[in-house]
Design a protein around this ligand. Structure first.
Ligand code: MRU
Length: 348
């Protein structure tokens, strides 16, 4: 018995196009877009119609496979040049979530040995489908490991949306809540609304409510008081990029929650697949933090809430230093302590 039947897939390959759940329209409207061109895919990622690190990677992989189908080139070398150009274009849509680059690189290397354009086209579709299928299995494994950290009746706080629609299915940080629901294991979730664009209020609250998970919405500035007054037992978040030493980039506000967890003596967990690790970066200081348009801060729900012309700083992510992280939960298990060596071991 799954509790996910009410939650649509965020991305689906439909041979001639990609069917995408428009996450900008949620929770009021469930609208599906047909992405038919590389430009459609780029725009959907840039404008957060699809968001969440694994879902961005899956969509980009399908985007590259889709654009490849339109090339009639007879030379495989020419085809490779075009695909590299398209991949670079998609890679320029958002800078922080490493799954985007990981998925594109995986597709480019998958067809490197193809001897014909037709063979390469088929390989690209299969590889993109594999990435999506693997992510679903991975997220379920993350959920199993994460659930082992919680006791019956625990109250757990989260930020942003690291759920089913941010991945192939199940999510990362939200996966244990779906598994708990399947097993009648009582857990309550407190979801931070996640300003500026409210992924917590619009997406996490919607997803968990659809699945019948006990979820309570709070504004971001209520976190400290809620941890104290409601007896929150743990915080769990997703990740956009984890460096070789365990420093973790995730939605803006995550670092503040990690500081709160440490000050108030509750565990702070990061849940992420291996595809979110970037071993080419030693520490979080090397991660590029995306800055987005000022209107995300000055407007709420299409309504201007700040004086016109105000100067705005709008970083989409922050980096939580490894010392604030109690454990990192991956599909291969739970690591804590000496992250540098434990992360290395994950990739052996
Ligand atoms: O800007 P977003 O909505 O793409 O940011 C998403 C997050 O920060 C998520 O927590 C992260 O990508 C993990 S999704 C499983």
């Amino acid at each position: 018995m799954t509790t996910l039947t009410n939650i649509p897939l965020s991305v689906e390959w439909k041979d001639t196009h990609i069917r995408l759940l428009d996450q900008q329209k949620l929770p009021h409207e469930t609208v599906f877009l047909e992405l038919c061109t590389l430009q459609d895919v780029f725009d959907a990622i840039l404008t957060l119609k699809v968001r969440g690190a694994p879902a961005i990677g899956i969509t980009a992989a399908y985007g590259l496979a889709l654009s490849a189908q339109g090339y009639e080139s007879s030379s495989i070398t020419d085809f490779q040049v075009r695909l590299k150009r398209d991949s670079d274009y998609l890679a320029s849509s958002r800078p922080t979530a490493v799954n985007l680059f990981w998925a594109l690189e995986r597709l480019l290397s998958a067809f490197a040995t193809a001897s014909s354009v037709n063979e390469a086209k088929t390989i690209l579709i299969h590889e993109a489908i594999n990435i999506q299928m693997e992510d679903e299995a991975t997220c379920r494994e993350i959920g199993e490991h994460a659930l082992s950290l919680f006791d019956k009746g625990d109250k757990v706080l989260t930020i942003c949306n690291a759920g089913s629609i941010a991945t192939a299915r199940y999510g990362t940080a939200l996966s244990p809540f779906y598994l708990a629901k399947e097993r009648n294991f009582p857990l309550s979730v407190y979801a931070c609304e996640t300003r500026p664009v409210l992924q917590g209020a619009r997406l996490t609250a919607w997803e968990l409510q659809q699945a019948g998970v006990d979820v309570t919405l709070i504004t971001d500035n209520m976190a400290a008081h809620t941890i104290q007054s409601k007896g929150i037992n743990a915080i769990i978040v997703g990740a956009d990029r984890i460096t070789a030493n365990g420093d973790t980039a995730n939605k803006i506000g995550t670092f503040g929650l990690a500081i709160l967890a440490n000050a108030l003596n509750i565990p702070f967990y990061v849940a992420a697949p291996l595809s979110t690790f970037d071993l080419s970066k030693e520490t979080g200081r090397e991660i590029i933090i995306e800055e987005r348009g000022s209107e995300e801060v000055t407007y709420i729900g299409g309504q201007l809430v700040a004086p016109k012309g105000i100067s705005v700083f709008n970083p989409a992510f922050d980096v939580t230093p490894n010392e604030y992280i109690t454990a990192i939960i991956t599909e291969k298990g739970i690591i804590k302590g000496d992250y540098r060596s434990k992360i290395k071991e994950l990739f052996i």
